[in-house]
Design a binder for this molecule. Structure first.
Ligand code: SF4
Ligand code: SF4
Ligand code: SF4
Length: 255
């Protein structure tokens, strides 16, 4: 086998390992489909994204099969041609669905080198026993003008953490359960009479001093309108550069 080598290994019915093997590093991004709550945070945080926020995301290394144009029955897939094994998706994943293993050890180099801060977590347990954490604070409003009960029920079922409830012809959200993700607002695009507004105001309190890549992450995930305009690949690629330097590589990927 020539090095570096990239491989996708399905190690069990639900676990897929995306591997990048170099001379001194064996990097594995491990994904467990049974834990994925389809929240979309990984897709937004991935630094391989090149776009301004209010346009359709053009390029990212992780997302739904539809977003990635990779046929799969998994909820989330990784494009190994684009992935740089930085672990940002692991760092943010509310479902504890992703792990980054470096030479077999669970590691987040970007936290270790101070590029990414740790943030306080608010963990809760779903009815099926799975742990989910809330990583941002903010609010959500849902306007439902739909009268068809079946459509309202189908929309409520979109939420993987059981935060939405149908009450008559309205939809209520349990604020304790809601993780302020991207799932229902994306789904609402398929429903003419249901409108969702999610305001991700801030990350949960961060610990320590945020590094230089933090602003780019905030803008991509929180997407404050007005501030995000003009944020292009260069500032976002600081994160990629940081990882590549850690791995002893200096080149960056081009758009
Ligand atoms: S490891 Fe980094 S580059 Fe790869 S999918 Fe996750 S966030 Fe994107
Ligand atoms: S961040 Fe984690 S739980 Fe959310 S969609 Fe990505 S892999 Fe699934
Ligand atoms: S109700 Fe909250 S947790 Fe559920 S899909 Fe919508 S934003 Fe995500």
């Amino acid at each position: 086998m020539s090095l570096p080598a990239k491989k996708t290994n399905k190690t069990s019915e639900t676990i897929t390992e995306y591997e990048y093997r170099m001379l001194n590093h064996d990097m594995v991004l491990k994904y467990d489909d049974s834990k994925c709550v389809e929240c979309g945070f990984c897709h937004r945080v991935c630094p391989v994204t090149v776009s301004i926020y209010d346009e359709v995301l053009k390029r990212t290394a992780i997302g739904t099969p539809e977003e990635m144009k990779i046929p799969s029955d998994q909820k989330t897939v990784v494009d190994t041609d684009k992935c740089i094994w930085c672990g940002c998706c692991t760092w943010i994943c509310p479902g504890y669905t992703l792990e980054l293993l470096i030479n077999g050890e669970n590691k987040l180099l970007l936290v270790e080198n101070g590029s990414l801060p740790e943030f306080e977590e608010e963990i809760r347990t779903l009815d099926n026993g799975q742990k989910v954490r809330k990583v941002v604070e903010g609010s959500i409003t849902i306007t439902c003008n739909e009268k068809d009960d079946k459509l309202i029920e189908a929309f409520v079922a979109e939420c993987a953490v059981d935060a939405m409830k149908k009450e008559g012809k309205s939809i209520t959200v349990d604020k304790d359960k809601c993780i302020l993700c991207f799932k229902c607002s994306d789904a609402a695009k398929r429903y003419d009479k249901i409108d969702v507004r999610v305001y991700r105001d801030r990350f949960k309190k961060v610990k320590g001093e945020p590094g230089s890549v933090w602003n780019g992450i905030m803008l991509r995930v929180l997407g404050k309108e007005g501030k995000i305009k003009g944020i292009k690949s260069k500032s976002q690629n600081k994160l990629a550069d940081s990882v590549l330097r850690l791995l002893g590589r200096v080149e960056t990927e081009e758009e």
